[in-house]
Structure formats: structure tokens, C-alpha cells
Design a protein around this ligand. Structure first.
Ligand SMILES: CCCCCCCC/C=C\CC(=O)SCCNC(=O)CCNC(=O)[C@H](O)C(C)(C)COP(=O)(O)OP(=O)(O)OC[C@H]1O[C@@H](n2cnc3c(N)ncnc32)[C@H](O)[C@@H]1OP(=O)(O)O
Length: 283
């Protein structure tokens, strides 16, 4: 197993320099497990119970990607060690009654992670072994291919159901994945799709019946990507993604301010509070 080590800021890609203070390495590495395989790595999110994307979780994923690229890793399978859940999306508690400093760090770190993963030179396969709402769906869409475990899990951008709006770069990622019309409808309705529905609209590429098959199919899928000359594959990916990446890179500050101001409005705070209560009541 590789360790997640701290990375010197001046060695980081230019868009990462804007990132905020990183947490200590030890606290981050317990959230993400990296397993080295032959020619690639398996990145498993392991923040129980639901892999919610807290500031620390986002930074752990970011540092893992930096570490893997530094080690010349060519491809990853991004998956979850939490049974039944790929990721529950952004940690809602980060947005509910936040301090300004933490909220700023949280969003800025998320921007960084998206820029890294969506623009990664590595070949990336998401093995979606459970629910993937909102930010969980975003993580999966950042990958080059999505394999989903068939069953009761749901995937999609359900932000409107929480009374919040998916920002432009979430929307761009969605449109690049499933097209304009499907995105327009699903974004408004906050649709969460079953694996069969997700396959039908192209939100995922393949379904698998069980974890044993899932691992084999994800490995085969990654190997197919890795057989293509790396530079040609990466530049082709960028033809589709570079406009969205450039857009956020150039508007990070404005996007951050918009998010912070929006998140702090009474209406959003009230909505998030009620949503957290509804999750707690379930149990
Ligand atoms: C610039 C313009 C403005 C931009 C505005 C902001 C844009 C924000 C963009 C993205 C938003 C998000 O990603 S918001 C997160 C959306 N996620 C969800 O709606 C999922 C919510 N969770 C669930 O539906 C379920 O938990 C589950 C289906 C994922 C799993 O169900 P299960 O029954 O297995 O587990 P529990 O529901 O019992 O949950 C266990 C435990 O975890 C807590 N939990 C769950 N999800 C979250 C979360 N996203 N954040 C924080 N905490 C979460 C849940 O409350 C339980 O806690 P307790 O055990 O303490 O009760």
C-alpha cells in the first residue's frame, strides 16, 4: 500500500496553488486507501458510514491523486470501501452553519479536486458500488468510464431537492456526460437514477451484477484505456473537457464567492437544516 505524503506546494500544478491549507497527512490517509496493482492503483474511499465529502475527505482524495501522479501511476479505479455507498456527496454539515474560513477552504478544495480529477492525465474508472448522489455522482462523472453495481442504489445530481443549485462546472460535467436535454430535465428535477436508468441515458457505461464481476470488469475497462498511447488518449479527453476546465480555472474566485454567499442565505440554511433533520429522523 502506498502512503499519502505531503507534497511541496511549488511542485504542484499551477491550478492547485490556489488551494487552501492542507490537513495533516496522517489524518488524511485514514480516509482513502491506495492499493498498488500492476500498472495501476485502486483508490478506495473509506470514510464511514457514507463517504460524505468533508473538507478532510476532499483533501485526502486530492493528495492521493497528487501522490499517484508523482509516482507515475498511469491509471486508477476509484471506488468505495463503505458497503452500499459510493459517496453520499458533499458533507452537508460543511455547508450548514459554517464558519467563513472553513466554508472557503471547503469549496476551494472541492474546486481543486474537480480540476485534478476531471483533467487527470491518468486513465480513470469509477467503480460505483453503491449510492452516488450529487457530489458522489460528480466524482464518478470525472472519471473516463463508469461501472455500476446493479441493484437498489441511485445516482444523479439531486441538488434541487435540497433547495440548492448545482454550480456551472457540475452542470458542464453532467452535460458532457449525458447531453444537454437529459441534463436540463434531470438537473431541474434533481433526478436520482436506478442503475438501469443510468445505463440507458449514458450516465454509466456498464452494469455488473456483483462485486466479484465488478472488480474484473473495472480492471478490464481500465486496461482497455491504458492500451491507447497515453498522450493521444489524454489530449482526446481534453478536447471534450478543456472548455469546462478553463472556465472554472479562470473564474475560481467568483465561483467561490457565489457559493459562499449563496450557502449562507437564510433560505439555503433553512433547507439544509431540514434536510439534515430528515436524514437523522430516518434512523
Ligand atoms: C455557486 C452556486 C452555489 C452552489 C450551491 C451548492 C452546490 C452543492 C453541490 C453539491 C451538493 C451535494 O453533494 S449535497 C449532498 C447531497 N447528498 C444527498 O442528498 C445524500 C443524502 N444521503 C442519503 O440520501 C443517504 O444517506 C444515502 C442514500 C447516501 C445512504 O443511506 P443509508 O440509509 O445507508 O444511510 P443514512 O441515511 O442512515 O446515513 C448514515 C449517516 O450519514 C449521514 N449522511 C448521509 N448523507 C450525508 C451527507 N451528504 N452529508 C453529511 N452526512 C450525511 C446521515 O445523516 C446519517 O448520520 P447519523 O448516523 O448521524 O444519523
Amino acid at each position: 500500500m502506498m502512503s499519502v505524503t505531503s507534497i511541496a506546494r511549488n511542485k504542484v500544478l499551477p491550478f492547485l496553488r490556489k488551494s487552501t491549507k492542507m490537513q495533516s497527512t496522517a489524518s488524511l490517509s485514514s480516509l482513502v486507501k491506495l492499493e498498488e496493482k500492476q500498472g495501476y492503483a485502486v483508490v478506495s474511499m473509506q470514510k464511514t458510514p457514507v463517504n460524505s465529502l468533508s473538507l478532510e475527505m476532499i483533501q485526502a482524495l486530492s493528495q492521493s491523486l497528487i501522490e499517484l501522479e508523482k509516482n507515475k501511476c498511469k491509471g486508477i479505479i476509484l471506488t468505495s470501501a463503505c458497503p452500499g455507498i459510493f459517496s453520499a456527496g458533499l458533507d452537508i454539515r460543511e455547508m450548514y452553519q459554517p464558519t467563513d474560513d472553513r466554508l472557503n477552504q471547503f469549496w476551494s478544495s472541492l474546486q481543486t479536486l474537480w480540476l485534478q480529477l476531471y483533467g487527470s492525465k491518468m486513465a480513470t474508472v469509477a467503480l460505483i458500488n453503491g449510492h452516488a448522489p450529487a457530489g458522489g455522482c460528480l466524482l464518478a462523472m470525472c472519471c473516463d468510464s463508469r461501472i455500476m453495481l446493479n441493484g437498489k442504489s441511485k445516482i444523479g445530481l439531486n441538488e434541487t431537492k435540497l433547495g440548492i443549485v448545482a454550480p456551472s462546472w457540475f452542470k458542464d460535467t453532467f452535460v458532457n456526460t449525458i447531453g444537454v436535454r437529459q441534463s436540463e430535465r434531470a438537473l431541474q428535477l434533481g433526478s436520482l437514477f436506478s442503475p438501469e436508468e443510468a445505463l440507458k441515458i449514458g450516465l454509466v457505461d456498464k452494469l455488473v451484477p456483483d462485486m466479484e464481476t465488478a472488480t474484473a470488469v473495472a480492471e478490464a475497462e481500465l486496461k482497455e484505456f491504458l492500451q491507447i498511447p497515453g498522450m493521444a488518449r489524454y489530449l482526446s479527453k481534453m478536447k471534450i473537457r478543456e472548455a469546462a476546465i478553463k472556465d472554472l480555472s479562470e473564474t475560481r474566485e467568483a465561483d467561490l464567492n457565489q457559493f459562499v454567499n449563496f450557502a449562507k442565505t437564510d433560505a439555503v440554511q433553512k433547507g439544509l437544516g431540514l434536510y439534515l433533520q430528515s436524514l437523522a429522523k430516518k434512523n
